[in-house]
Design a protein around this ligand. Structure first.
Ligand code: NAP
Ligand code: F7E
Length: 325
């Protein structure tokens, strides 16, 4: 059988790096879209850089996306690139819309014009549920986004469905709940906590300053979630799926568990809160119902909440030790 070809936008991000590894393990030829930066930001993919082909492009630039699809001639396209940090979406709402909403249309146009037989995955988000209308949230739950990011993702979700219905593209949307890993960006709460706890444990810091400790999220491991993306594109019919663990925890519980991982029980001594990290509108509570993915894709998460927290704290302790050598 001919080697399959995949194009990943957002390959330098958390999910892009895990997905590239996963597809290489399945013997895919992997192409990744990267935008120009004044210094390279290939930290997450440097261990596989010689096995993948990087192509220049930006979600703002239609021609670069069309060229990337043309050059890579992919069987599968994973559109993971986005302005993905919710807090930034209030300070840069227009840019978030350009990347995270219209960027999807630009990618779909490139597919429609150049490779309409390619299978297309869109990275949709549980942030679309926002102020939840029911719990747990499934594929049929109404959307009520609470940030410019969430609104942009709703657009990306519906334009994907629209291109599927208008042009008969194999285009699917994965509604993924929060997924984390040692490769998570430092600005996201889980990594901010694991990195902060590791610093306190090693005597390099004495506090972590956070925002809303009461928010609850359904947190899974990113390595598990990229497999679900791939499984969606292996189905006979294009359909959308929720991917989640079905369990949620508060930010406070994450903090407590992270300190526990390094045997610190009096965590309150080290944690402060500041209005700086409170959002103009919050998503208080998310919990996903991934029954459809479990049944149709035979997908299930393999890393528990406790294991995820321990994995992230350990990785940060190791990283900080290595950096201080
Ligand atoms: P991430 O670590 O922030 O990675 C985002 C990627 O998008 C990076 O490679 C980034 O490139 C790229 N990018 C941003 N703007 C771009 C542009 N204008 N042109 C080209 N590339 C651009 O995000 P992630 O956590 O891996 O998430 C992957 C996708 O899933 C995103 O669409 C996110 O919104 C969505 N999602 C994530 C979660 C989650 O919990 N992680 C849940 C649901 C949905 P640079 O490295 O150059 O910045
Ligand atoms: O916030 C609260 C914050 O920034 C989680 C993205 O991948 O998942 C992610 O979005 C919660 C929020 O992720 C701090 O208010 C408290 O309630 O880690 P986060 P997110 O907003 O859930 C979804 C599914 C995506 O699609 C997104 O791309 O934690 N929180 N204190 C804090 N959050 C941050 N960042 N920093 C704090 O100090």
């Amino acid at each position: 059988m001919a080697q399959k070809r995949a194009l990943i936008t957002g390959i330098t991000g958390q999910d892009g790096s895990y997905l590239a590894e996963f597809l290489l393990s399945k013997n895919y030829q992997v192409f990744g879209l990267t935008r120009r930066t004044s210094t390279p930001n290939y930290e997450r993919i440097k261990h596989i850089e010689d096995k993948i082909k990087l192509l220049p492009g930006d979600l703002l630039d239609q021609q670069s996306l069309t060229s990337a699809v043309d050059y890579s001639a992919p069987d599968e396209i994973y559109n993971l690139a986005a302005q993905s940090f919710v807090a930034t979406s209030w300070s840069q709402p227009v840019l978030t819309g350009e990347f995270t909403a219209l960027g999807v249309t630009r990618m779909l146009e490139a597919v429609r014009q150049i490779k309409p037989k390619a299978k297309f995955y869109q990275a949709s988000s549980s942030e679309m549920f926002g102020m939840v209308h029911e719990s747990p949230q499934s594929e049929s739950t109404q959307f009520h986004p609470r940030s410019p990011y969430g609104v942009a993702k709703v657009y990306g979700h519906w334009i994907t469905i629209n291109y599927r219905e208008s042009y008969d593209l194999f285009a699917v949307s994965g509604i993924l709940f929060n997924h984390e890993s040692p490769r998570r960006g430092l600005e996201f709460v889980t990594r901010k906590i694991s990195h902060g706890v590791a610093k306190i444990y090693l005597g390099q810091a004495n506090e972590i300053i956070l925002g809303n400790l009461d928010a609850k999220r359904d947190w899974g491991f990113a390595g598990d979630y990229v497999k679900a993306m791939w499984l969606m594109l292996q189905q006979p019919k294009a359909q959308d799926f929720v991917v989640a663990t079905g369990e949620n925890h508060s930010v406070r519980e994450f903090v407590e568990q992270a300190f526990k991982a390094v045997n610190i029980t009096n965590w309150k001594k080290y944690v402060k809160t500041s209005k700086e990290y409170i959002r103009p509108a919050e998503v208080d509570f998310l919990i996903g119902d991934a029954t459809k993915a479990k049944e149709a894709l035979s997908w299930k998460p393999t890393v528990s909440f406790k294991e995820l927290v321990a994995m992230m704290v350990k990785a940060d302790v190791d990283l900080l030790k290595k950096n201080s050598r």
